[in-house]
Design a protein around this ligand. Structure first.
Ligand SMILES: Nc1nc2c(c(=O)[nH]1)N[C@H]1C(S)=C(S)[C@@H](COP(=O)(O)O)O[C@H]1N2
Ligand SMILES: [Mo]
Length: 319
């Protein structure tokens, strides 16, 4: 029943059933076309070398997982447990409320402090920038997490095309404002539309992507279709959904949750087991589908790639 709900959200022609996706990958692996190492290298992640990592061993492991060996969450889990306050604060209700959300026509305005401001049709973004697969952990500040096989493209490619002026230091992102489709945007409790922001160097980091799909198929509406930011080393609220505007700015942009409760949601929001936030202890997390809690990793396990961005910064004061 859940699976039907989920598939209804995206035209079935655009969805690759999870089982088909996995078996196709097995085929590619067996044929030597795709190796776990190749996938990880594409993610900028070093493949572990050791007794368990002999060449060919990947083909014997059918499950899809992250570079730390954790299995990916199922499409059913990823598309039925969602934070998307424009539709509902109830994670289990978002999928059905977002079912008829219109993702076409869709355009994204790129502007602000750039040489080449431009409004892109979503189709152009999908064809112009190379789409890659990234299996990332998503860690919500509420202390739950998932492993998600995204399709998407590096935000850096788009920003380089826009060509930021030397005065540009931040990037701001804005979600669609449309009360007819997103009922909660009529609520006076929140400062709509949803906004997020990154420092320019964070936005240009190769791990930062704009996601356009999941499990080789289209991005379900509830996960932020047609275009959604993914910054895997930061709490999930930075990964803004249904983006319509990307703007380069000189000063730090206002962001939705920081505006709602600054003591709770910092601008940086780097995953950090050593810095508790007022409502949630952050040392451990619940991976959706697991019973035992697991330890939370500094920068969500991406420290090797991103810690350098914060050299010399006090991570407690700047959370
Ligand atoms: N526009 C918008 N983007 C959003 C949110 C939201 O409410 N509105 N929720 C954020 C939060 S808190 C999280 S944890 C992730 C959840 O992504 P998922 O539902 O695909 O797992 O989306 C983020 N992006
Ligand atoms: Mo979140």
């Amino acid at each position: 029943m859940k699976a039907k709900l989920m598939h209804a959200a995206v035209p079935s022609s655009e969805i690759t059933p999870e089982s088909l996706y996995l078996s196709r990958r097995d085929f590619l692996k067996a044929a030597g076309i795709l190796s776990a190492g190749a996938i990880l290298a594409a993610c900028g992640v070093k493949t572990p070398i050791g007794p368990g990592a002999a060449p060919g061993s990947a083909a014997a492991t059918p499950a899809l997982g992250d570079e730390l060996g954790a299995a990916a969450n199922s499409l059913d889990q990823i598309s039925n447990y969602n934070n998307y306050f424009e539709f509902s604060g109830n994670k289990l209700a978002v999928a059905s409320l977002a079912r008829n959300f219109k993702t076409r026509p869709w355009s994204v305005e790129v502007g602000g402090l750039v040489q080449h401001p431009k409004t892109y049709a979503i189709e152009e973004l999908l064809t112009r920038f190379p789409q890659t697969e990234r299996i990332y952990r998503l860690r919500c500040v509420e202390a739950w997490s998932m492993v998600i096989p995204w399709t998407g493209f590096e935000l850096g490619g788009l920003l380089r095309e826009a060509d930021p002026l030397t005065s540009a230091r931040y990037v701001s992102f804005t979600t669609l404002m449309d009360r007819t489709q997103m009922p909660a945007e009529g609520s006076p409790l929140y400062p709509w539309p949803y906004k997020e922001g990154l420092r320019l160097d964070e936005a240009l980091h190769p791990l930062t992507i704009l996601a356009t799909g999941l499990y080789g198929g289209a991005l379900p509406n509830q996960d932020g279709a047609p275009l959604r930011l993914v910054v895997p080393w930061k709490y999930g609220f930075k990964s803004i959904k249904a983006i319509v505007r990307i703007e380069l700015t000189e000063t730090r942009p206002e962001t939705f949750w920081t505006d709602v409760a600054p003591e709770q949601y910092g601008f940086y929001a780097n995953v950090n087991p050593g810095v508790d936030t007022p409502h949630w202890a952050q040392a451990t997390e619940r991976r959706i589908g697991e019973l035992e809690r697991r330890p939370t990793l500094l920068f969500n396990g991406y420290a090797e790639q991103v810690a350098g961005l914060y050299a010399g910064m006090d991570l407690h004061a700047n959370y």
